[in-house]
Design a protein around this ligand. Sequence first.
Ligand code: IPD
Ligand code: CA
Ligand code: CA
Length: 305
Amino acid sequence: MTWRQMTRKRPANDLNHLTFGPSRGTQSPQMAPFAPLPRSRPELMLYSATINVMVKAARRAGRSLKRDLGEIEHLQVSLKGPANFVSLADKRAEEILYQDLAKARPGYGFIGEEGGMREGSDKSHTWIVDPLDGTTNFLHGIPQFAISIGLAREGTVIAGVIYNPANDELYIAERGKGAFLNDQRLRVAGRRQLNECVVACGLPHIGRGDHEEFRREMTAIQDRVAGLRRFGAASLDLAFVAAGRLDGYWERNLQSWDIAAGMLMVREAGGTVSDINTPGDALVTGDVVCGNEYVHGELVRILRK
Ligand code: IPD
Ligand code: CA
Ligand code: CA
């Protein structure tokens, strides 16, 4: 059953009465990949109450992950290895997120990677949560991992927060209100020539996905782009596209908690996101491709061959 099937319809207006302040302008589409984003004065941003709830929960779970990351660095040297500890770290983070979100919004449903679906009395709202996206990176002390929180209303994602506690980068998006990184408004990169673009992908893990298909796709894209990357945290791949650091990204076989917040982030930054094979909803199929409208179109053309 998909997360979409798990929610029943009921009208709601949770965000409509809330204000959202002006941004500090638009990030240049020509900005070099990985250039530090300029910081704006935080007091200029006024986030909705829902976003504040999500940010508070993400920061608290982030502190827990950061503490556990410190432990991992010690565990690296032990023979047993840190794998079991990591599965505790993401369970702990998910429980913090559940407690905080449920306290602030009693009744909302909750889908978490670790605990699955927890039904709520409010059938229109569902949190879609990955408490630790980029587990393999975390396990190896690579600081590319994040907490990803999406909020769906009537089956549409209306708010997203992605937080990397390792570098304190906080991405926020709200439907119709834009996407932000640490209070700086985001805009997807403007490049139109694929041979100038840096594109990220996801690699299927051992025993999962279609490895042959991936190799075909990788070869086809590799031949046409300036650079191909594999970072290992789908939520941050999408956030990087929103921030204009990456020009595009594709990956198959993802779950709703990997991409709910990130897909909204890309759209709110002016990008295009779709399923790889059809114009349909990647949140349901798990096969996602994105970029600005030109890069998205080019990637789709290559991947659908
Ligand atoms: C994984 C990451 C990775 C993607 C995997 C996901 P996890 O999530 O997002 O980048 O390639 O397919 O499952 O397991 O680290 O939460
Ligand atoms: Ca994940
Ligand atoms: Ca995870």
